[in-house]
Ligand binder design. Structure first.
Ligand SMILES: O=C[C@H](O)COP(=O)(O)O
Length: 317
């Protein structure tokens, strides 16, 4: 099922929009730290924000030992991420996560398991996680995943293009990937832990948006450093600048190492402070995570019952 929100069109390649940008790491770190220190979200608000976070999760399994059975269990969790008694206690209708994210050969299994749920299947592609496969094969992988029913494609970029400043090559690669996505939405994973500087993160973000990415995403979850707040802040500033210039609202997806309800709240605060509440909805914000939902469910259970259950009761996600 293709999401019904609009695709981005991107712009022609415009180096003037990023060439001169220099990001000050110390200032970015200070701003990121102060945001989460100054703001805290308590009690009812916290539960409401955590419920919002659930609807924004791209529930993920990207492991070499993935099987149709594991994917089916993950999809069952995606359809009903919170226990019915918790929903009842909060007076809420059933809800789902934002998407399920898997490797390409798991797409048909996820599509089958999610039929009728309205939850889209996202597939990583293009030689995930390193991207060091010839471009024609990477494009073919997108075609395969779309053909199997993926509604969202999480591509990886060639880090070498960033590290050697070959911005037009990066633009052309991402634009080619976007073209073969067809109606499927495209998230561009920048693998920011590999990009060395925040200036590179800003420039790669801008090039990905110019090339037509619907979302920009921090990490594969496989780099040594995955989603961090200063990197996310840098990407959001690029996103804000792009929106001001073009009117196009590109989405943002932090991913990799986000495991606790506290992490989810920190990123929601960042979205609200930098872009406003409109950017806390699943069409513009996703959290890529394989093991976050369990802690969120625990915190919501604590809000409802006043006690914590053992973490192993929420083992799957
Ligand atoms: O795209 C999502 C990431 O691969 C998930 O990373 P994680 O396993 O650290 O949550």
């Amino acid at each position: 099922m293709i999401p019904d929100f609009p695709r981005m069109t991107g712009t022609p390649f415009t180096p003037a929009d990023f060439d001169a940008v220099r990001v000050n790491r110390t200032a970015a770190e200070r701003r990121a730290a102060s945001l989460t220190a100054r703001r805290s979200v308590k009690k009812e608000w916290q539960a409401a924000w955590l419920l919002r976070a659930v609807t924004c999760i791209d529930l993920t399994t990207l492991a070499g030992d993935d099987t149709p059975g594991r994917v089916a269990r993950l999809c069952a969790k995606a359809r009903a991420p919170l226990r019915p008694d918790l929903l009842d206690a909060l007076g809420l209708e059933p809800m789902t996560v934002g998407a399920v994210c898997v490797y390409p050969t798991m797409v048909p299994h996820a599509v089958r398991a999610l039929e009728g749920s309205g939850v889209p299947v996202a597939s990583v592609a293009t030689g995930f996680p390193a991207g060091l496969t010839p471009l024609p094969l990477r494009l073919e992988e997108i075609r395969y995943a779309v053909g199997e029913g993926a509604a969202e494609i999480d591509i990886v970029i060639t880090r070498e293009h960033v590290l050697t400043g070959r911005w037009s090559a990066l633009y052309d690669e991402i634009a080619a990937m976007r073209a073969v996505c067809g109606a499927a939405h495209m998230k561009a994973i920048l693998a920011t832990g590999d990009l060395k500087t925040l200036s590179n993160v800003y420039r790669a973000s801008m090039v990905a948006m110019q090339a037509g990415a619907d979302f920009i995403k921090t990490s594969t979850g496989k780099e040594n450093v995955n989603a961090t707040l200063p990197v996310s802040l840098t990407m959001l500033r690029a996103l804000r600048d792009f929106q001001a210039r073009t009117g196009q609202k590109v989405g943002f997806k932090p991913a990799g190492g986000l495991k606790t309800a506290k992490d989810a709240l920190a990123w929601l605060i960042l979205m609200k402070e930098e872009l406003g509440t409109r950017h806390m909805m699943p069409d513009l914000f996703r959290i890529g995570a394989s093991s976050l939902l369990g802690d969120i469910e625990r915190q919501i259970e604590h809000h409802v019952t006043g006690r914590y259950s053992a973490a192993n009761r929420h083992a799957l996600a």
